[in-house]
Each structure stands twice: as C-alpha cells, then as structure tokens.
Design a protein. Sequence first.
Length: 525
Amino acid sequence: MVKLESRAVLVLLSLVGACGRASHAPAPPPSPAAIAPQLARADSTPDSVSVTVSIAGIDTSHADTVRVADIEIARRALDLFGDTALPPAIPDSLEDPEDEEPTWDIDVHSYLTHDRVEHFLNQYTGNARHRIAERLSRGSRYEPMIRSKLLAGGIPEDMYYLALVESGFDPHAYSRAAAVGMWQFMTTTARGVGLRVDWWVDERRDPVRSTDAAVKYLRSLRQQFGSLYLAAAAYNGGSGRVSRGLNRFAGQLGGTSGDDRYFALAEKDYLPRDTKNYVPQLIAAALVGKDPERYGLQVRREPPFTYDSVTVPASTPLSAVARASGAELAQIVELNSRVLRGVTPPDGPFLVRVPSERATGFDSAFAALPLEERAAFKRVVSKKGESAATIASRHGITARQLAWYNPGLARLKSGRLRPGQTVLVPARAVVAAALDVPDPKLEIYGRAAASNARVHIVRRGESLGAIARKYRTSVASIVRLNGLRKHVIYPGQRLAVRGKAVRVARTSAKARPTRASSKAGAGGR
C-alpha cells in the first residue's frame, strides 16, 4: 500500500494555487470557509492504494479566474481519485475563526422573509430543534465528502442541506413512495444516473456513490431549467411536472427570472404540496445548519467518513472481510451499506471498504482464513414435499432469511418447493450482516401505496388504452387512480394501475423509514 502524507500534498497544492495566482494582483489570504475539502483515497480503483490529498488556497470570494482554476484542481483530483472519502480534519491553523460570519453560496438572503421560509425556520428552531440538531450531527460525518463532490461537480456546496431535507442524512432512509437512501432516489432514476440497484447491491444506500449520482442529477436539472431552485423542485417533483408548469403558466411568469421563477410557480395551484415547500425547507435548513449556535442548536461533530478499499472474490461474506481486516463487523457493514445481503454479489470480484489503515496485509490475512469462514453458502437440493420453512428451520434460520438469498425459487400450487432446485443456505454470519429491506426494485408511486395498486412505467408509444388492457382495467380507473386531468401520458411517467397488490416489506431498525423521507424523492413524481 502506498500512502501520501496529507500535509505534504497540502503544501504542494498550496504552491500550485499560489503559482496560478502569481500573475494577478495581490489578493487577500484564502478564506478558510472556502478551502476545498480534503479528498481521500477512492474505492473505485482495483488496488489497495491509500492516498490522502488536501486542496488548499481556494477562495470562492475573489476573481473568477482564481475560482475556475481552484475548482479545476478539485475536479482533477476527483478524476484522479474517483470515489472518495475524507481524511482527517483540516489543520487547526486553517479552521474558521469563531467570530467569522457565515456565508452561503445559495441565495438565502433574498427569501428570508418569505412566509414558507419563516414557517420552516420557526419549526426547525422550535419543536423540531432537537431532531434537526441530531440530523445535522449525523450529517457532519459525511459533510466534507459531500461538499467536495458538489464543488468538483460545479454545484453550490450548500446544496449539502438538500440531504437534510430529503433524509436527515440517513443512508438507509426509506420513504412511503419507495425512495431510498440519503438522496432519496427512486429505482428508475437511480439507474438512469448510473447507480447499481439489484437484489444484491443497492448503491442508493451508499453515501459516496449516491452523492456522485445526486451531483450528476442536480447538474443536469440546473442545465435544463437555468435555476438552482427550479432544479431542486424538479429533483423532488420530477422534471416533467416542472416543465409542464413553466409552459402552462409562461404568460404569468414572464416578469420573473432565475430562482424567482420557482417561487412564482409555487404560488400557482399546480405543484404538489411537497414540492411547493421543498425550496423553503432547503433555505431554512441552510440557515440553521450553517449557524446552529445562533438558533440554539447543539451540533456535535462526528468522525469523517474515511476508508481504504480492497478487492475480494464473488460471494465473500462481510464477516470474512471483518476478520481479515481486523475490524468490527459493524464497521464493515456501515462502510459497505450498499451490500444488502451480508455477502458480496455472486457476479464477480467486488471492491469492499475497510477502515483506514486496514488494507495493509489484507490479502494475505484473507487467504489465511479457514475455507468455511470464506464460504457464504451451503448448497442443498430441494426434495419432494419440502418447503422453504423446513429447509430454513433445519439450518437454524427463518424462511424469510432463506428467501433473501433465493429470490427465484419456484413453488408448486401447494406452496411447497418444486423438487430438484438448488437452494442457497446462508451461513449464520452472513445473515447477521444482512439488511432486512424491501425488494430494491420495488417502485410505489403516489396513491399506489395507499390503494394496493401496481405501478407501470410508461414506454414510448404506449397509450392509456393499451396499458389498461395489459392490466385488465379501464382507462377511467387509471385516470382516477392517478388524478390525471387529461388523457395524456409521457415516456418515463409512473402510473398506478389496478392489479396484483404490491406489498412493502417492513424494514428493520437498520433500514427503518424516517420522518424526513416521506416524500417520493428524486424523480419521484
């Protein structure tokens, strides 16, 4: 393993920043609040190299030429190191002075007196004060990583507070509409921005990968609408809905521009309530989060989310990763929150995270483990008359736990297993590291959750009539179920349809729904 000392690289990149500014007029020293967060070793590379980089001298308050160069340094660092976590804290000499007034890189001042902003500001500093403080404390673990990725992606860093509104910074947040993770992605949207979502892995639950996806999605929405706050509205309510609203009220919005267009559109009787409140919540969250002491909140700083990465074979138990790295199983589970079943997927080698400084010697320690500790499953063949429950009971697990590793088992009309099937029986250590979560592919939209209806994603060329025939229902029923005003649908739209009920499995404490994640999330409407 190769390691570059953070202070050495700090000095190096500080010199690079200084050289880039040598041809300009002297500028004040860089603002500590504008120093780009540190970037650390990624888990997207195939080896176990651990690199820590600090980018210093970024001052977003001065010349555009300086900012462009500084942002480019941050982007190049991310390009080099890929999927990153954060190293130890910035040196004491670079920390913010206590008396420095906070600044924001999103427009909060223009809307301080907006009635909905004031409403949420009072809520966050009133009855919800302790809950918001707890969520801000949890977010501090991920804040340097998130801010560095937002900066490198050209998105204002204070969009960090979007994750407070979405999930309270909970990587396992699960909404009523089946949006998942810190950034609350629906399955289809998540896959559209490059996240892996399947039976074994759900990258919506991964803080690093989901942040990459959120930056990518927000950047595309801002390019589409030309406004950060309209992009946020589209993130919550769907780009199609925002586009139709802007077109529908174009004549009435003609005198507005930029972020004011969001507030003008929100005044119309068009956007859903969640979307109307979304940006005011974001602004209130940024005000409180950036200056918690002023609002009477006590926020504790948690250790930064840091790690090294190692490659393991397919179907490797996380318990074996813990043993070989000398870490606690709970640490490995938290660092690899995208791994759903306590075992790496069966489709090939997989990059797993281990605590910082634990990658050295991992390969030899892993190879020395007894074979039974590296084996995730036993394979048994179902016999005539057997059920999943009888096989599970024989091996000391529940039928539900057995189903986590055998999603495609065929059953007879009697409910018993079809004879002759290979059944994967997980080791107890594997089950202990698994997450009890709903089917990652599950999509629930709007009223479908309450009406036990299925969800259909509209494909190009489909009509309401064709969809109604497919699900043996009527066009009128689909229109009523989805609250459609016209018989007009568009590709990618989610429609609730009548048919076989969709049942959402209850989540365990590891993946319980949060009050902050009750909305549909990214692309959820």
